[in-house]
Ligand binder design. Structure first.
Ligand SMILES: *[C@@H]1O[C@H](CO)[C@@H](O)[C@H](O)[C@H]1NC(C)=O
Ligand SMILES: *[C@@H]1O[C@H](CO)[C@@H](O)[C@H](O)[C@H]1NC(C)=O
Ligand SMILES: *[C@@H]1O[C@H](CO)[C@@H](O)[C@H](O)[C@H]1NC(C)=O
Ligand SMILES: *[C@@H]1O[C@H](CO)[C@@H](O)[C@H](O)[C@H]1NC(C)=O
Length: 294
């Protein structure tokens, strides 16, 4: 059996590694080929540039190239294989190139997403659960940022009945102390509108905090387009607790009993923006960003 892949993913890595980035990169790790049995050969990440910025950069290129290439025919793949061999030789990685040669026509086919991090990964790693300053029309705002990844969206969108929801873990707004959660309802109305809400929940610091909660907040759905300039995150408006909902929703959460206040604000999105191949889905997951203005 002839099985193809992962190499599809890996050859652009070489391209990236050799495409001038080496010079800027502090360190490049090469991992070797791994043979699983006689018929299949699995290649793990072959080229990893150990600098956060460059990893993100490299991966976005991989994504773009690999999704395109996956649709192309095997003979093209074989051509790429030879290119890789040349690149490998240029890099003086003798043992790897020999292995590639030996196993030339034995590769596993696997869809790539499971292995690739979103082009937004750098941002997520850097800002998740942190306080930062952001610049909006010449003014700096101190904000807390939290990212929530909702997996297995296809199943939730097609099978979950109206009103059925999933809650995020509780998280605590750094420097402010409030406990919060988010909640997605894949089918909020029978027409299929998706709703992503945010609400307050109990925090061990509640007694020391001031009530009602008055911090402004917004939710964004991340766009995973490789090109940064082409990304358009779907954003809610900036909610001001003082004006959007009755104070009831922003009071101190119950000390005993159910810890969550009812949620009052949320972002609704039409179902069809999450079609197959949508730039708002990555690895069948939806990535939500919450920004709280401190
Ligand atoms: C190859 O796979 C085996 C078993 O999965 C693992 O123990 C080994 O470390 C792998 N070798 C490399 C070079 O990745
Ligand atoms: C691999 O091939 C050898 C010799 O052809 C055979 O003895 C062995 O059972 C094969 N191993 C697997 C995992 O198929
Ligand atoms: C893709 O999703 C699966 C399950 O939803 C998860 O286990 C895996 O880590 C994800 N891969 C990446 C690269 O995020
Ligand atoms: C964000 O940080 C929290 C707290 O450290 C963690 O539990 C959560 O998994 C992180 N989210 C992502 C998307 O990494």
């Amino acid at each position: 059996m002839l099985v193809i892949t992962i190499l599809f993913i890996t050859w652009p890595w070489f391209f990236v590694c050799l495409g001038g980035k080496i010079i800027k990169s502090p360190k490049i790790d090469i991992f070797s080929l791994n043979s699983t049995n006689n018929d299949t050969t699995e290649i793990h990440t072959i080229c990893r540039i150990t600098s956060d910025e460059l990893i993100a950069d490299a991966q976005s290129i991989v994504t773009r190239v690999s999704t395109k290439i996956l649709d192309e025919r095997f003979d093209l793949f074989e051509k790429k294989l030879n290119e890789i061999k040349d690149l490998v030789l240029q890099m003086n990685l003798q043992s790897l190139s020999v292995n590639l040669n030996d196993r030339k026509d034995k590769f596993i086919v696997k869809k790539n997403y499971e292995y690739l991090k979103t082009p937004r990964q750098f941002e997520i790693r850097k800002f998740n659960d942190t306080v930062n300053e952001i610049l909006i029309s010449n003014e700096y705002f101190k904000v807390y940022t939290y990212f929530w990844i909702i997996e297995n969206m296809k199943n939730k969108l097609s099978n979950w009945r109206t009103g059925y929801s999933q809650r995020s873990n509780t998280f605590y707004i750094k420097q402010a102390g409030y406990g919060m959660y988010m909640k997605i309802t894949p089918k909020y109305f029978p027409d299929g509108t998706i709703f992503i809400a945010v609400g307050l929940t109990k925090s061990h610091q509640d007694n020391k905090l001031s009530w009602p909660f008055i911090l402004k907040l917004r939710i964004e759905i991340l766009d995973h387009s490789p090109e940064e300039l082409l990304r358009i995150d779907r954003s809610s408006r900036l909610w001001d607790p003082l004006t959007v909902c009755p104070t009831y929703f922003w009071q101190q959460p119950a000390i005993i009993g159910h810890p969550d206040n009812l949620e009052c604000v949320g972002l609704s999105i039409p179902r069809d923006i999450l079609h197959t191949g949508s730039k708002y889905l990555w690895n069948n997951s939806l990535y939500i960003k919450l920004i709280v203005y401190l």
